[in-house]
Design a protein. Sequence first.
Lengths: 290, 284
Amino acid sequence: MSESSAASRGMTIARWVIYALVALTVVLPYFVVFPTLKYKVSPESAKLFDKVNSLKPGAHVMIAFDYDPASSAELDPMGRAILLHCFKKGLIPVVMTHWSSGLDNDRKILAETAARAQEDMKRQEPFVSGRDYVFLGFRPGYSNLVLNMGENLKGSFDKDFYGQPTAAMSALQGVSQLKDLDLVIDLAAGASVEVWIAFGSDRFHFPLGVGSVAVQAPNIYPYLQSGQVCGLLGGLRGAADYEQLVDANGAAMRSMWSQSLAHVLIIGLILFANARMLLARYRRTGKATG
Amino acid sequence: MSDAPAKSRNLKSSIEMGVVALLVVVFMVVSLFAQFIVQDAGRHFHFTWGADPRKSIGIIIAAGLTLVMYSFLYRDNAFFKVAENLYVGVALGYTMIMACWRQALRPDVYETLFYAPTAAAFWNAALHRAMPILLGILLITRLSRKYGWLSRYSYAIMVGWGAGVTIPLTVNSFLFQQLYASVAPFQDAVAPHAAMTAFSGAWFMNIGLPVLGAVVVMVGTVAVLFYFFFSIEHKGAGGAVSWLGILFLMVAFGASFGYTVMGRISLLIGRINFLLNDWLRIST
């Protein structure tokens, strides 16, 4: 009884030690200046960047912010970096979401990135909604909405988020269906990627890129290999890749030291725990045979 | 003698309450200093509401809730429960208002019907919306035992239409397209132009490696499926295939676990970013 209680107490202390170590490794890079972390951009991130970069000014890029604030740590930096790339290249971002709970966050990101792009480009004129970009907002329907947009995009969103009618919107000239868009990028925290693939790109034939939370990124690789997805940003690392490619120096790049140190710690803890388990097993078998 | 554990528990509880009260005071003081106290050139501290006091108050509440959420790491507690329920309630309320009312019912039903500019516009809107509105209302009858059967018409349409649209599209995207991608490298390998450049560097990169990958995928798929096939005892050759299936599963789980760790650490980084930059205003 007392042995089990002691073991339980030992486990509790180990749990708190692990929490403290993880917190320390994440916080440390905010207070200690580390050298710039150089790393190679992953091929799947480079593919998405190349696709956006190959578009001509005036091309339409739909970005679906299909997440809510719970996933903003990973997907906000992706959204900001892609939007910045679009603004700097003269592309027209068309932003929408399937997640109503992310609407205000999406609006904020779009407005802040437009302001940052204006500052970076030393542009006198601000980027204007309806002319330089479009924020369609949210409509319910999910897969049905994608099908509707495939048939009639302006009918699905007859007004944008700010109440402007989309029919005569200069930013949407030449766009009446999904296939008129030059690229669609889904920033996904849930199952929206599968919806965009099955009901969108495979049905209406337009290129689809994906930015995904790390947890579901491994599920996207088969679509990348089959060509159903033209590029993939996986988790914070994917966001950092894109920030590096567009020279954005955003939140993801700044977080890479924290991420790397935490990974090293977790690998170390896994090795330590396995070594301890093997040692205990060796001792037990030693006792049994001896 | 039997009162000793109870006394120990009471003491522990009192200490915990004291620590919680202290932490609340520390949190308020730190929040006040970080958000509303500024230092002037003469190194004097002044209280100021700042440019956007509502945002500052929002940040303090968000920081407090973040810390309360992390208090679960110590153990489950009443503050955590309050924050947890608050999160669910706010998310539900926000979604109901934004998704149901502001983005669907108000523009598509209320404004279109009750603020129609002309009689013709009203009748046109009513004609197009009558059936969806009726089907929506029928769904609500589910709440009644007597009239609940009426909701079956709506469900029947939803399920029938959903299956009709979804099955062909998903079978195409997730079965046929994936199957094609799996065999495409073999098709490329037997194409006439592939034979011309066989075993060159370009052939190895464009044909050899994809074929090797396709073989690995095929072997892995069969081995994993066999691992879950229990009609034959996994012994001898069957055991070897099953063992290979486990290996493939472990590699897949490992990749998934690695990405999951990255995702969870990213969430922690996001919160630390918020606490340091937005709440404490420590420029990093």
